[in-house]
Design a protein around this ligand. Structure first.
Ligand code: ADP
Length: 525
């Protein structure tokens, strides 16, 4: 590890003037990220406008925003993906700008362009930068041209399965077929031999066509056991581009991130600097402005390879916020307002942050999506705990949208402290009415590999069965069931407020469900 100039984030963040140009921002999104953006607007003194589908009429992001506009029925194709309806709504309410959040329309070049053409400010990178980086093959071409190392493979889409076999033989099996338009782990297939190619080719193309309306597929060498490490960048419209350090996102299931942290246990000051410089180079080459993320694979020898650039705010942005002290969503708005980035080009992370994505999926049942009404929600708190959520008691979780309900994020002075704090916070969390991934996250925080930081992108798939098979202690479960019943009894006598216990009293099976989830902390009541 080389020495290098160190800057403490605490001294790097100046007292911030309020964004000047923008007065009213329409948020083209829903759930936790919409609420996150509402909060950033409030702190900047900018008015916020929520949009919502019929299914979200009573959602927290709608209530918390200064104004709200209904944009159609529940299916996202008829509401949150209706760019023209959203732009018309923004004009109608007199918004100056649109913040797209992540997902939905956030990385659609045509939407960024249409917003600009409508005379509104787009809180994101220019449409041209989205176009340059939007397709994985185009981004690889750009990276190669600017000296950013990429995973060996093609920069062109392939024409047929036979060509794929020829190319794969050249690079050596295993290879990964990837959708050029890909995202969210879709349109990807590992191919370990020539015999597997034909069916993998069809599967990758069909999945890509269905998900992105585009069946272009290319090949990358499949790297065994790397980490997913990504660099957060910020770029302003005055030519400054800086790196805010890395996030480790190797805890993945089916190529989708489940737990993220900052910094990475595998990155030292020197590697951070080199990866940061590569990310800044890629961003500059694309004419990037605003917040963006450069994703890399990091192999066990310390070599890193560019994967893609995400041209939006990421789900996992809070871990970077906690270790740098920089509010990324506020800075997206400030940059779109024309402000200059005031931070030094190198920021050393302070402490350790971990994020768990809480989804409405049942880990004990193959992560099957779960739907229903959130009968009771208890949000963890205490030192170093942050909750970015889109649900509350009474929320109805359906199948129309992404299953991510909330993000639980913690900060600790060290990684060990952060892991232990996350475990404590997860024990405090209660979500009754829908199954969630809480139990899964608890098991990960207890895992020896995870605790030591010895993880790679295939680690979770290898460990999943044994992780979920480690059933909680039976005595503890029974004690928790008794505790839940006692609390129910106390609450019933004490008045009619809704609580886990009240719900348990109304529906006795809820108490055992509570216990099943290993809430031994109920004994403290
Ligand atoms: P998407 O845009 O669909 O998320 P990415 O290119 O970001 O696709 O890759 C998603 C995940 O798939 C990565 O985080 C990594 O775990 C895995 N992956 C992608 N490319 C490779 C590769 N060449 N070798 C091994 N794993 C890969």
């Amino acid at each position: 590890m080389s020495a290098g100039k160190k800057q403490k984030a605490a001294t790097a963040v100046p007292a911030a003037p309020v964004a000047k140009l923008l007065r009213k921002v329409l948020i083209a999104n829903r759930g936790e990220i919409a609420l996150r953006i509402v909060r950033a607007c409030q702190e900047l003194g900018v008015r916020s406008v929520a949009v919502y589908s019929d299914a979200d009429a009573h959602a927290p992001h709608v209530r918390e925003a200064d104004e709200a506009v209904n944009i159609g029925p529940a299916p996202s194709a008829e509401s949150y993906l209706k760019g023209d309806v959203i732009i018309a709504a923004a004009k109608r309410v007199g918004a100056d700008a649109i913040h797209p959040g992540y997902g939905f329309l956030s990385e659609r070049e045509w939407f960024a362009r249409a917003v600009r053409d409508a005379g509104l400010v787009w809180i994101g990178p220019p449409a041209e930068a989205i176009a340059a980086l939007g397709s994985k093959t185009a981004a690889r071409t750009l990276a190669v041209k600017h000296g950013v190392p990429v995973v060996p493979g093609t920069t062109e889409a392939l024409s047929c399965a036979d060509e794929a076999v020829t190319v794969a033989t050249k690079f050596g099996f295993p290879v990964l077929l990837k959708a050029a338009a890909g995202g969210g782990g879709k349109g990807m297939r590992v191919v370990r031999s020539a015999g597997e190619m034909a069916s993998a080719w069809d599967a990758a193309r069909n999945e890509s066509k269905k998900a992105f309306g585009d069946d272009a597929v290319y090949i990358e060498k499949y790297i065994e056991g790397p980490r997913h490490v990504e660099i957060q960048i910020l770029a302003d419209s005055h030519g400054t581009v800086i790196s805010l350090g890395e996030r480790e996102c190797s805890v993945q299931r089916r190529h989708q991130k489940m737990i993220e942290e900052a910094p990475s246990p595998a990155v030292d000051v020197d590697l951070r600097r080199r990866m940061g410089a590569a990310a800044v180079r890629a961003a500059k080459a694309a004419g990037y402005v605003n917040a963006g993320t450069c994703e890399f694979l990091l192999d066990s020898t310390g070599e890193f390879y560019f994967l893609e650039m995400n041209t939006r705010i990421q789900v996992e942005h809070p871990v970077t916020e906690l270790v740098t002290g920089i509010d990324l969503v506020q800075w997206q708005i400030r940059i779109a307002s024309g402000e200059k980035i005031p931070f030094p080009s190198e920021i050393e992370p302070r402490g350790w942050a971990i994020e768990c994505r809480l989804t409405s999926e049942d880990p004990s049942n193959g992560f099957l999506p779960s739907t229903g009404r959130v009968d009771y929600l208890h949000v963890p708190s205490g030192p170093g705990v942050r909750w970015d959520g889109g649900i509350e008691t009474g929320s109805v979780v359906g199948l129309h949208y992404d299953p991510m309900l909330a993000k639980l994020i913690v900060w600790g002075a060290t990684r060990e402290e952060a892991v232990s704090r996350m475990h404590r916070a997860l024990l405090e969390l209660v979500v009754d009415g829908v199954e969630t991934s809480r139990e899964f996250h608890l098991r990960v925080m207890e895992d020896a590999d995870f605790k030591s930081g010895a993880i790679d992108i295939q680690w979770l798939e290898r460990r999943l069965e044994s992780l979920l098979g480690s059933a909680p202690d039976e005595d503890a479960l029974q004690a928790a069931a008794i505790a839940a019943t006692l609390v129910a009894d106390r609450d019933r006598r004490g008045g009619g407020r809704t609580s886990a216990a009240a719900a348990a009293a109304a529906a006795p099976e809820s108490a055992s469900a509570w216990a099943r989830r290993g809430r031994t902390d109920g004994l403290r009541v």
